[in-house]
Write a protein that binds this ligand. Structure first.
Ligand code: ATP
Length: 215
């Protein structure tokens, strides 16, 4: 189990380590040093050693890390051996794209229900996922034991929909809307603002370009 004592930054790196260890295991590699791992996942080796230290002494000096036991450990920690059902709210352009996205390939996560208010799509199946009316949200989330949702509604209704989600007992929201939603501290929010990410990239590229011109 990932305990609350693990820093957020460490928790975010766990899937990166997991994916690479999976790759190594598939390739038949039995051990890896923190330096090799650092090169591969582009995280410095001191950070890797510190991250791993939160889980107890997993590596041996002069030997490195045993790939399969590390993989088994991360698999358990990340709940990769369990299938996690997730719901998606708002089946617009972005919602559709995410329904099509194969989360299952890298993690045992799947979108098992989607919700919308648009009567043209409620009651249909989109990319193998049933789309329910918002009125059925509470019932479906309870029946399917869903605690995590992906939020892709317009930002004008994001807070109102969030309030409904909090009321039905959702524990985690992956928020794709640009709005910084307010939730009680029992609910965890991860923000993914694609426009913001792109603008940040443009900003850095422009800045870099200017510096080069000034050389
Ligand atoms: P995007 O690319 O951001 O998804 P879009 O133009 O496809 O944009 P939006 O207007 O952002 O669509 O709406 C996204 C989806 O959210 C739509 O399918 C819309 O019907 C749905 N939606 C709007 N209001 C609500 C609501 N209160 N509850 C649930 N779904 C909603």
């Amino acid at each position: 189990m990932v305990t609350s004592k693990i820093p957020h930054a460490t928790a975010k790196r766990l899937p990166i380590y997991y994916r690479y260890l999976h790759f190594l295991s598939d390739a038949g590699k039995q051990r890896i040093s923190s330096t090799e791992l650092a090169d591969a996942v582009k995280v410095d080796s001191a950070t890797i050693r510190r991250d791993f230290s939160y889980f107890g002494a997993l590596g041996k000096r002069g030997y490195g890390y045993d790939v399969d036991s590390l993989l088994a450990f991360f698999k358990k920690t990340l709940n990769q051996d369990q299938l996690t059902n997730v719901a998606l709210i708002g089946v617009g352009n972005l919602g559709h794209a995410l329904l099509n996205y194969n989360f299952h390939q890298s993690n045992n996560v799947r979108i098992s229900a989607a919700f919308d208010i648009n009567q043209d799509i409620t009651g249909t199946i989109q990319s193998s996922v049933p789309v329910y009316d918002m009125a059925d949200m509470k019932e479906q989330l309870t029946v399917q034991q869903i605690e995590i949702v992906i939020l892709t509604v317009p930002s004008s209704v994001a807070q109102q929909v969030t309030n409904e989600l909090v009321e039905v007992g959702i524990k985690g929201i992956l928020n794709f809307t640009p709005l910084r939603i307010t939730v009680p501290n029992t609910v965890r929010v991860q923000n993914v603002d694609l426009t913001n990410e792109l603008q940040t990239l443009i900003y850095f590229l422009n800045k870099f370009g200017d510096e080069e011109e000034n050389l």
